[in-house]
Write a protein that binds this ligand. Structure first.
Ligand code: GLN
Length: 456
């Protein structure tokens, strides 16, 4: 029986609330706590017969501020959606609720999920529970901090270029970006639709896998979801042919942790081979061309007319648009709308957008080729351990470059799982990538890595 079924929900909620009251004022991980609702739901769950068929009964979760939960706020950490209350729930949330999971709050994040440090929130930065001087990563930094601080058993995040995996790595947790199309995006506030995926961040593989299984699968409200059945997970077979991708310039702590893991895998009889990757220099530029293009189009809907913030006393319609958007969006979001509008403009469309689309196809083909020889691709999640608050805010290019290792899987659509490694003082994580819809293979490899990590 999973751990959330072995306990009463109400005392678990009370303990989580206690930790939230103690630590959230420093961490700023949660923008809102659903205190009374969580208690009520817990009481209701505790009064059900013990054999009620609810796989997630009493599992406590939080939702990222860009994932809609009916009759609750969803502001994507932006001023422009400050008072927006969603009339409906994301499919992922509907499925979690139907399975007996219980939502305890709404997690801070980077505005419209644009960022790598959670310093782009209109509601203040989030701090890392491992060390409050460090960023928690981003954009799902509030989710990761909440999961690491024991506010919940699982935190929902969204991952467009690493926003689940990088904060999970910075906070010492598991984090999954599923295959594109495996979990419905219905109810996720769009950033770059051909990249965005919802997924779980959790301290345990058990909670990560169980919540993934509940959320995954076809949804008639998201035409990009796959109808492929979601297979139940089993720890076997364990994959044993690994390709290792190592870019230059890794921080020594990351390098050493990865080498330690590789040795342990080899000692346990697995084959790990370092392979070439010819595209390192192209990943980040391709990602930022395509995602800003999609963002400039997706964010056009925040015009002050339909919902969210509206400027006071506009002169005319154009003034209404211009002032609403100038006042409502933060600097990073504006930068990306400008960049995206530029790369889509008639004179530059060929030179940037179309070439980036072609580059994206090359990355996909190369990855498929690797995965025809190897079962799993291993690469670090981040080239560095968590950095300090304020360290990269002055230089957006440095911030973008920190996404090198995670944007790859969003460009190709392959599933990628972040696994924490316990070989250093600072949090370091390894990423496992596999073929489309082979999440179960990644989970099996993660259990093997977990086992080997704790071997002397
Ligand atoms: N840090 C990346 C960006 O700023 C990824 C964000 C994300 O995955 N949502 O775009």
């Amino acid at each position: 029986m999973p751990f959330w079924q072995q306990r009463k929900a109400l005392p678990a909620v009370e303990e989580a609330l206690q930790r939230i009251h103690t630590h959230n004022p420093t961490l700023n991980a949660l923008l809102e706590v659903y205190e009374e609702e969580a208690r009520q739901k817990a009481q209701q769950l505790d009064s059900l017969p013990a054999d009620a068929p609810l796989p997630l009964r009493g599992l406590i979760y939080v939702h990222k501020d860009n994932i809609c939960y009916a009759d609750h706020r969803a502001s994507a950490a932006s001023r422009i959606l400050q008072n927006f209350v969603s009339p409906y729930s994301a499919t992922a949330i509907e499925r979690l609720e139907a399975a007996g999971a219980l939502c305890i709050g709404r997690a801070n994040c980077d505005e419209f999920a644009m960022g790598s440090s959670n310093e782009n929130s209109a509601y203040g930065p989030v701090r890392n529970p491992r060390n409050p001087e460090w960023v928690p990563g981003g954009s799902s930094g509030g989710s990761a901090a909440a999961a690491a601080a024991g506010f919940c058993d699982m935190a929902l995040g969204s991952d467009t270029g690493g926003s689940i995996r990088q904060p999970a790595a910075f906070c010492g947790l598991y984090g999954l970006k599923p295959t594109y199309g495996r979990i419905s995006r219905y109810g996720l506030i769009a950033y770059a639709s051909s990249f965005d995926q919802i997924g779980p961040i959790a301290p345990t593989l058990e909670a990560l896998i169980a919540t993934y299984e509940v959320m995954a699968g076809w949804d008639e409200r998201d035409a990009t979801t796959s109808a492929r059945p979601v297979e139940p997970f089993s720890t076997h077979p364990i994959p044993h042919r690994y390709a290792l991708l190592l870019p230059a310039g890794l921080h020594p702590a990351v390098h050493t942790a990865v080498q330690t893991l590789v040795e342990k895998l080899r000692q346990a009889g697995h084959a790990v081979e370092a392979v070439d990757f010819p595209y390192w220099d192209y990943l980040v530029p391709t990602y930022y061309i395509l995602t800003t293009a999609e963002a400039s189009s997706n964010l056009a809907r925040y015009d002050g007319v339909r919902y969210g913030y509206r400027t006071a006393n506009p002169k005319d319609l154009l003034d209404l648009y211009a002032r609403t958007r100038s006042e409502g969006f933060g600097t990073e979001v504006k930068r990306r709308i400008l960049l995206g509008t530029f790369v889509l403009s008639a004179g530059y469309y060929e030179a940037y957008y179309q070439r980036a689309q072609r580059a994206r196809a090359l990355f996909y083909d190369y990855t498929e080729k690797l995965l025809s020889t190897y079962e799993v691709i291993l690469l670090p999640t981040s080239a560095t351990p968590p950095f300090a608050l304020g360290e990269k805010t002055a230089d957006p290019i440095q911030m973008y470059l920190s996404d090198l290792l995670t944007v790859y899987a969003n460009l190709t659509g392959h599933p990628a799982l972040q696994v924490p490694l316990p070989f250093s003082e600072v949090p370091v994580g390894i990423q496992l990538m596999g073929p489309y819809f082979a999440e179960n293979r990644l989970f099996a490899a993660a259990y093997e890595i977990q086992r080997l990590s704790h071997h002397p």
